[in-house]
Design a protein around this ligand. Structure first.
Ligand code: ATP
Ligand code: MG
Length: 388
């Protein structure tokens, strides 16, 4: 019997006139995410997206796994496709539901009839299909209040669809419907989570990572690439810019007061990230900063880094506790990679006593000694790779 996947759109429904274009983006994202699994016919009708495999060999379990990570989907389910004819439904429903009902003691049937020309009304359809299932599976009883399994029969435009309870989708908005943003990604726990959170709001995420060879190793860069790969299961393909930062860090070390090292370094990161962001048509930066987590993330320090660039800086984990961030890192499967012990350029030349209340005027004064050409040189030497 034919089977497909039904997707219910989430917040899309709220978007009124934009809905159509949101659905188009969502369908395009689904197509991309299913690449390599075979051919699918994907179309929408009445706020449902239909994902039809074209061929019996296609691994629908894997397709569901991937679609569970696509933002903009509120719920999804596999469904059996039947003719809009009760004889066909009766015949196919019993074998189709065997696995789902095997562990159940109680069930109920819910019918939805959006094709009003179907001769049976919903209550009759529920009753009749319920009777067929009771006969086929005599160990079951009906419980309309708290059933173990609810069986849904939906009579729609093209066919009848039979399924059990839906799975909750990834929620959020389709990637690309809210614009583009550049994530400053370190090898840590917080920045991948920050990228995931903003992608969930419909942003396409680009990434930038600063490396300081020979102080940071090839392993550290590989780790960041692995993090991008993990994130791409949710965020889609990610273009990663790798910026050589050694010369700038050495210049800061040699020319600026030690206690301002971190805040000045962070300001250079923001400036370079902003220029790269403009080149990639991004409208914002994203960081994994969280208030007071480390010395560079006090309000004073954030005030100094914030004015280093003009673009809005999105900091989705700013008010979260570490354990809340870690929970999401587990969920998106970045945690194990993030805790691998490789040096980040932030930990190179870390001052013994970083200033927790840096003042902008001293920072600006110190930066006067810096050679601004180093910024353009770093940007010119930036390398790119596409991940996912
Ligand atoms: P994370 O867990 O994301 O590394 P953190 O708690 O270690 O964060 P910091 O090291 O102070 O905090 O970094 C704060 C933010 O600065 C990071 O979340 C990230 O957005 C950015 N950042 C730090 N190091 C780098 C880097 N090497 N390349 C790009 N961005 C970085
Ligand atoms: Mg870090």
């Amino acid at each position: 019997m034919d089977e497909l996947i039904l997707l219910k759109c989430g917040e899309l429904a709220l978007k009124g006139l934009n809905r159509r274009s949101f659905e188009d983006v969502l369908m395009k994202n689904c197509r991309r995410r299913l690449e390599g699994l075979g051919s699918f016919h994907i179309y929408s009708s009445q706020s449902t997206i239909y994902v039809e495999p074209q061929g019996a060999q296609i691994d629908l379990d894997e397709a569901v796994e991937r679609l569970l990570r696509v933002f903009g989907i509120a719920a999804l389910t596999r469904a059996g496709v039947m003719q809009k004819d009760f004889a066909d439904i009766r015949e196919k429903a019993v074998p189709y539901l065997e696995a789902a009902l095997a562990r159940a003691k109680t069930f109920k049937v819910e019918a939805k009839r959006s094709d009003k020309s179907f001769p049976m009304k919903s209550p009759e359809l529920c009753r009749e299909l319920g009777a067929v299932l009771l006969e086929a599976y005599p160990y079951l009883t009906v419980d309309v209040h708290h059933p173990d399994v609810t069986v849904y029969i939906e009579i729609r435009e093209r066919a009848a669809y039979l399924h059990t309870d839906q799975l909750p989708g990834a929620g959020g908005l389709p990637i690309g419907t809210s614009g583009n943003a550049m994530l400053l990604i370190s090898g840590g726990i917080d920045s991948p989570v920050a990228g995931y959170m903003m992608a969930k709001r419909g942003l396409r995420v680009y990434a930038v990572h600063f490396v300081s060879p020979p102080y940071t190793s090839e392993h550290a860069l590989e780790k960041v690439k692995t993090l991008c790969k993990r994130m791409s299961a949710y965020c889609g393909r990610i273009r990663l810019a790798v910026v050589p930062f050694t010369a700038l860090q050495e210049a800061i070390r040699d020319n600026c007061p030690e206690d301002l090292f971190t805040v000045i370094m962070r300001r250079y990161m923001m400036r370079i990230a902003e220029q790269l962001a403009k080149g990639s048509d991004c409208q914002a930066l994203i960081t994994g900063e969280s208030v007071a987590q480390v010395a560079s993330q006090t309000l004073h320090a954030i005030a100094c880094t914030d004015v280093a660039c003009e673009m809005p800086v999105l900091r989705p984990v700013i008010g979260m506790d570490k354990n809340e961030i870690v929970k999401i890192a587990y969920k998106i499967d970045t945690f194990e990679t993030s805790i691998l012990p490789y040096e980040d350029c932030c930990t190179v030349f870390t001052p013994k006593h970083p200033r927790t209340r840096p003042q902008l005027r001293y920072v600006l004064e110190a930066e006067k000694k810096m050679d601004e050409q180093l910024v353009q040189q770093a940007i010119a030497a930036t390398e790119y790779c596409v991940i996912g």
